[in-house]
Design a protein around this ligand. Structure first.
Ligand SMILES: Cc1cc2nc3c(=O)[nH]c(=O)nc-3n(C[C@H](O)[C@H](O)[C@H](O)COP(=O)(O)O)c2cc1C
Length: 551
């Protein structure tokens, strides 16, 4: 077959996807042994940069988690260094330390597969009011900024931007070839974490989706010779933070030129671990799925999505008197900082309230506030294994996240599925009744968290058509999954239970159970929600207790 260059890239992406599937017979290629003493440093630092210590972390803000449904009702905090620090802390900062015997590890507000945290975050300041204009790397361990670049000359003040990148090798150290997928999930989670943090401050996040990866690399200094070869960072996302209701146009070209002619400082410290294994397919897929500059549909700088309260209203009216307004009375800052992954669930939990279940599903619909920044039609749909939900038969359910996907999903899955609509207010369909606990556990690499929960689910992507002409959309599919996952994590906390992302599942066995026969649809991420069992052997220590000298 004659392959155009673009098709070759798609082919590389497809090959990567297929070879990194886990199956009942074999796991995707990974290291044969892991030396835990040799784990890559979780915290990147650049030597030779001026350090800006951010104001003391841990501040509480007033908005309740439930208030985030209507972000426009939250008064915007002023854009100053205290609040920008809080934004970074609530999105990417430490949330606690855990200790077991001599081992101690940090947890963060954003989750990460294997707690390896390949995502790095940067703050770009374009004006004098907050911090000297330039590019800053966020060090979550110290809650500080390292100034990587000082901008020279005058730039229109457009507030702050946040850039995200991934150190693929940090993840591949443990997970081998499949790690590229996890890095993309983590970016989606980080983006979600940023959105919730911004909403808590009364701010909003605009994804600058037209930027190419090369542009992002130039702005963040990732194309510079400041990194050890295998420890480079790959550019992922650039966002503009709107702290005011302003929609001043943004001078991308001017900002890039300013960064390139700026004064750069520092070299990335080595992540220290020995590079015993190499995973060249990750570099190959990363190149094949790199994003060019694109034209994006014009968007309002601050798009006001339909309010969750309106969704709630309609559910309240039409859905057996259920209301899906969040019952959570905790502040958003508390929920964000208490988010954790459940390691184990209580398999004897009473069924979770149906209203909480509907609320969680309603929260991941594309019309809600959490998806305000996502400008594209949804490509990810949920297939849910219901184990313990009040008033719902155990079995398999589907939540197509837009109407147009309903028929193709019906056509692509088992003819035995009955597709009975369960609710008028949310697009939830019953497919099959039966105890699916064992199936869910087996599909999720035999992990009991998928069966001892209230429900677990697979996120199924509109796959082949999405990436056919546009291979870099492969990454965006995973980001959308991560964004959904982050919403579920926080909604689960708000409902008094807990979630866990599941990256380990047997891809084609999931497809087989659902009846999916080709790559029109593919399952890209799993998630589970239930009543957590705490491991009493673990001690929890405060997030920033190790730092005492805060300004
Ligand atoms: C993309 C992704 C995949 C994950 N996969 C699994 C998994 O298969 N099994 C599991 O027990 N936890 C999984 N987790 C949970 C992580 O292990 C957890 O986020 C990490 O240890 C950090 O802990 P925290 O979420 O409590 O901060 C996953 C998390 C993410 C973000």
């Amino acid at each position: 077959m004659d392959l155009t260059p673009m098709n070759k890239q798609t082919e590389t992406v497809l090959n990567y996807h297929n070879r990194t599937k886990h199956s009942l017979e074999r796991y995707a290629k990974g290291p044969e042994s892991i030396d835990w003493e040799d784990q890559p440093d979780q915290f990147r630092r650049f030597s030779g940069c001026e350090i800006v210590t951010l104001p003391k972390p841990g501040a509480e803000l007033e908005p309740l988690f439930a208030d985030l449904d209507n972000p426009e009702a939250i008064p915007a905090k002023p854009l100053n260094i205290t609040n920008a620090g809080l934004l970074l802390e609530l999105a990417f900062g430490l949330s606690a330390w855990k200790q077991f015997g001599p081992s101690r590890w940090a947890l963060r507000c954003n989750p990460s597969s294997g707690n390896l945290h390949p995502t790095e975050a940067y703050l770009i300041s374009t004006g004098e009011s907050l911090i000297k204009p330039g590019v800053y790397h966020y060090v979550s361990h110290d809650h500080s900024l390292e100034q990587r670049c000082r901008f020279e000359g005058i730039l229109p003040d457009s507030g702050i931007l946040i850039g995200l990148s991934s150190i693929h090798w940090r993840e591949a150290w443990k997970y081998g070839e499949r790690a590229f997928r996890y890095c993309q999930h983590d970016i989606g989670h980080a983006l979600g974490a940023l959105r919730y943090a911004a909403a808590t401050l009364g701010w909003s996040v605009e994804l600058l989706a037209e930027w190419s990866d090369d542009d992002i690399a130039k702005l963040l200094g990732l194309d510079r010779d400041d990194f050890k070869k295998q420890e480079h960072e790959s550019p992922d996302i650039i966002c503009r933070i709107h702290a005011h209701d302003d929609s001043k146009p943004f001078d991308t070209k001017g900002l890039l030129e300013t960064a390139q002619s700026g004064t750069w400082f520092g070299k990335a410290d080595s992540l220290r671990a020995y590079h015993m294994y190499k995973w060249p397919v990750i570099d190959e897929v990363s190149t094949a799925a790199s994003k060019p500059r694109t034209e994006e549909p014009e968007r309002q700088a601050i798009r006001r999505p339909p309010r969750m309260a309106e969704v709630s209203q309609s559910v309240g009216n039409r859905c057996d008197q259920h209301t899906i307004k969040s019952p959570c009375t905790k502040t958003a800052t508390k929920i964000i900082r208490q988010r954790r992954s459940a390691q184990q669930f209580d398999g004897k939990m009473p069924p979770m309230p149906q209203t909480d279940f509907y609320r969680m599903l309603a929260a991941v619909l594309p019309t809600t506030a959490a998806f305000e920044l996502w400008h594209w039609p949804p490509k990810i749909h949920l297939f849910i294994f219901v184990h313990r939900v009040e008033g719902l038969a155990s079995g398999i359910y589907a939540l197509p996240r837009h109407n147009d996907a309903l028929e193709p999903l019906q056509a692509a899955t088992l003819v035995d599925f009955d597709w009975q609509k369960v609710s008028e207010a949310i697009p939830l369909y019953h497919l099959y009744s039966g105890d699916c606990r064992q199936i869910a556990k087996t599909l999720s690499c035999h992990q009991p968290i998928a069966s001892d929960s209230a429900f677990s689910l697979g996120m199924v992507a509109e796959f082949s058509e999405t990436i056919q002409e546009t291979p870099w959309l492969y990454r965006r599919l995973f980001w959308e999954c991560g964004l959904i996952g982050q919403t579920l994590y926080l909604e689960a906390e708000a409902a008094g239970i807990r979630g866990t992302g599941i990256g380990c599942y047997f891809d084609d066995s999931v497809h087989e159970i659902l009846g999916i026969k080709d790559d029109k649809f593919q399952s890209l991420y799993h998630f589970t929600v239930g009543k957590p069992l705490e491991d009493q052997r673990l001690e929890t220590l405060p997030a920033y207790g190790h730092l005492n000298d805060f300004v």
